[in-house]
Design a protein around this ligand. Structure first.
Ligand SMILES: NC(=O)C1=CN([C@@H]2O[C@H](COP(=O)(O)OP(=O)(O)OC[C@H]3O[C@@H](n4cnc5c(N)ncnc54)[C@H](O)[C@@H]3O)[C@@H](O)[C@H]2O)C=CC1
Ligand SMILES: O=C([O-])CC(=O)C(=O)O
Length: 332
């Protein structure tokens, strides 16, 4: 399995590459950035795990060399937020970065699984899809927006409320919708532990708000030096590991991820009752050898959760249209 990280020298890219170097399923790790990727690669190459590591810059066909033969490509390239910014404020710069990297993937590794971390995820995933469609290589089963950090945060915050941090690694709460503000929808009623579902009033509202705006906590604490990097690297490596395990034939792996709903028309139909005709949504997805095997429905939601999903739809629609039309207009 050849894994690629695009944006590998950055705050997420470096620890993510470290974690991927530690994944025994990966035999080759190829790193790309506009700065410092060869240095990061040599550093990682001394670690005593099987993966062979290479690093490239744009010069001398670096992107092509990085991508050729890739099975999985993870994209954390792009600028992070500073205090006062929304994820959508990153669109101006990151949309072009993601479009150009997607063009390279479509040309040199069109069959790879593509995992998009670069924000705003709600828009950057449609950008990748539109580029792939233009190149005639789009397979919706192989494209994923990484929303795992929301799931990781939910596990952590719930374990804190329960008062047993040991549960952080096992308690799960599905988080669906998208990856920004109110598009992040925690389904507390479906937590694997009974406590979240039993919360009411301010305690329930506070937990939902913390999961939705957890990213802001980090942006504020870093005070101008960026956003979540280490927790994102952990989440990204976890999700990439799941995609790889499913590709190797392991069954029963389900994770929320932001996908193009054409990946599973039956699943999309089941969702349409609550999300209408949205083209993208993060729902629990069963992974398989070809990527998306099945998009699971949202299960039974209580009335307040239905309202949270409804509240997410407007922003999601706008974010998706913005990504789609960006690629459309860049063709002119
Ligand atoms: N999906 C999620 O849950 C999360 C997403 N993010 C997003 O991830 C992105 C990266 O964040 P950080 O690593 O903190 O930023 P960073 O600035 O530390 O690193 C970004 C890296 O991308 C590289 N880069 C820029 N343009 C490039 C290009 N054209 N080709 C290849 N590499 C390029 C930069 O040189 C830099 O090394 C941001 O957009 C951030 O908002 C961050 C946290 C969570
Ligand atoms: O908050 C940000 O900008 C980075 C991010 O997506 C997160 O931490 O969830």
């Amino acid at each position: 399995m050849k894994a690629v990280v695009l944006g590998a020298a950055g705050g997420i890219g470096q620890p993510l590459s470290l974690l991927l170097k530690s994944n025994p399923l990966i035999t080759e790790l190829s790193l790309y950035d506009i700065v410092n990727a060869p240095g990061v690669a040599v550093d990682l190459s001394h670690i005593a795990t099987p993966a062979k590591v290479e690093g490239y810059l744009p010069a001398d066909d670096g992107l092509k060399k990085t991508l050729t033969g890739a099975n999985i490509v993870v994209i954390p390239a792009g600028i992070p937020r500073k205090p006062g910014m929304t994820r959508d404020d990153l669109f101006k710069i990151n949309a072009g970065i993601v479009r150009d990297l997607a063009t390279g993937i479509a040309e040199h590794a069109p069959k790879a699984f593509v995992l998009v971390i670069s924000n705003p995820v709600n828009s950057t995933v449609p950008i990748v899809a539109e580029v792939f469609k233009n190149k005639g290589v789009f397979d919706p089963k192989r494209l994923f927006g990484v929303t795992t950090l929301d799931v990781v945060r939910a596990s952590t915050f719930v374990s804190e409320i329960i008062g047993d941090r040991g549960l952080a690694t096992s308690v799960t709460v599905p988080v669906v919708g998208g990856h920004s503000g109110i598009t992040i929808v925690p389904i507390l009623s479906q937590s694997s532990h009974p406590l979240p579902a039993s919360l009411t009033g301010d305690a329930r509202a506070a937990l939902i708000n913390r999961i939705q705006f957890g990213g802001d906590e980090v942006v504020k604490a870093k005070d101008g030096a960026g956003s979540a990097t280490l927790s994102m690297a952990f989440a990204g490596a976890e999700f990439a590991g799941k995609v790889l395990r499913a590709a190797k034939g392991e069954t029963g792996i389900v994770a929320p991820t932001y996908v193009n709903l054409a990946a599973d028309s039956t699943g999309a139909k089941a969702l349409s009752g609550i999300i209408g005709d949205l083209e993208y949504f993060s729902a629990p997805v069963e992974l398989g050898p070809e990527g998306v095997k099945k998009i699971n429905g949202l299960g039974s939601l209580d009335d307040s959760e239905k309202k949270l999903v409804e509240a997410a739809l407007g922003d999601l629609k706008t974010n998706i249209e913005k990504g789609v039309s960006f690629v459309g207009s860049s063709k002119l």
